[in-house]
Ligand binder design. Structure first.
Ligand SMILES: Cc1cc2nc3c(=O)[nH]c(=O)nc-3n(C[C@H](O)[C@H](O)[C@H](O)COP(=O)(O)O)c2cc1C
Length: 151
C-alpha cells in the first residue's frame, strides 16, 4: 500500500482543513495516510513514506511559519530520492507575498531529490468547493506519479 505523510502548519485551521481534504482523497485512492502538525513531526517520517505532502500557511512577509522553521531546516539534510512530493497551502491575497511559504517548501523539496507529483496548490483562506476540487486533482496527480514510479 502506498504510504502518504501529510504535514500541516496551521493557526486558524485553514491548512488543517486542507490536510483533511487531502487525507480523505488519498484514502479514497487506497493509500495508507498519516497526517500530523508540523511542530509535532520529525522529518524522518518523510523517509519512511512514498508520498510526502506539506500544507502550510504564510505569515509576516512571506516567511515559513515559526513553528515550522526547525522542520524546514531539517529538511535541507534529507535525501528523498525516489519519493514523490507535493506542496500546497493557504494564504491571503491581501498580502504582497501570497502563499510564499508554499514556494519555500517547494524549493527545499527540490533540494531533497524528491520528484514533484503536481503543481503547487494555493488556497485563498479556507478551502471552498473549487479549492477542494483542485486539491482532489492535486492528490490524484501525485498518486498517479507514485504509481508510475512503482511506489
Ligand atoms: C500577521 C499576518 C501576516 C500574514 N502574512 C501573509 C503573507 O505574507 N502572505 C500570505 O499569503 N498570507 C499571509 N497571511 C494570511 C494567512 O496565511 C492566512 O490567514 C491563512 O489562511 C492562515 O492559515 P491557517 O488557518 O492554516 O493558520 C498573514 C496573516 C496574518 C494574521
Amino acid at each position: 500500500m502506498t504510504k502518504v505523510k501529510i504535514v500541516f502548519a496551521s493557526i486558524t485551521g485553514n491548512d488543517e482543513d486542507i490536510a483533511y481534504v487531502l487525507t480523505e482523497k488519498f484514502e479514497d485512492l487506497g493509500c495508507d495516510v498519516d497526517m500530523s502538525e508540523v511542530s509535532q513531526t520529525d522529518v524522518a517520517d518523510f523517509e519512511d513514506s512514498d508520498i510526502c505532502v506539506i500544507a502550510s500557511y504564510t505569515y509576516d512577509q512571506g516567511v515559513v511559519p515559526d513553528e515550522a522553521l526547525d522542520f524546514y531546516d531539517d529538511m535541507q539534510d534529507l535525501d528523498l530520492n525516489g519519493k514523490v512530493y507535493g506542496v500546497c497551502g493557504s494564504g491571503d491575497t491581501f498580502y504582497e507575498d501570497f502563499c510564499r511559504a508554499v514556494e519555500e517548501f517547494d524549493k527545499v523539496f527540490q533540494q531533497t531529490g524528491a520528484t514533484r507529483g503536481a503543481d503547487t496548490v494555493k488556497v485563498e483562506l479556507g478551502p471552498e468547493q473549487e479549492d477542494i476540487d483542485n486539491l482532489d486533482n492535486f492528490a490524484e496527480q501525485i498518486f498517479k506519479k507514485a504509481q508510475e514510479m512503482d511506489l
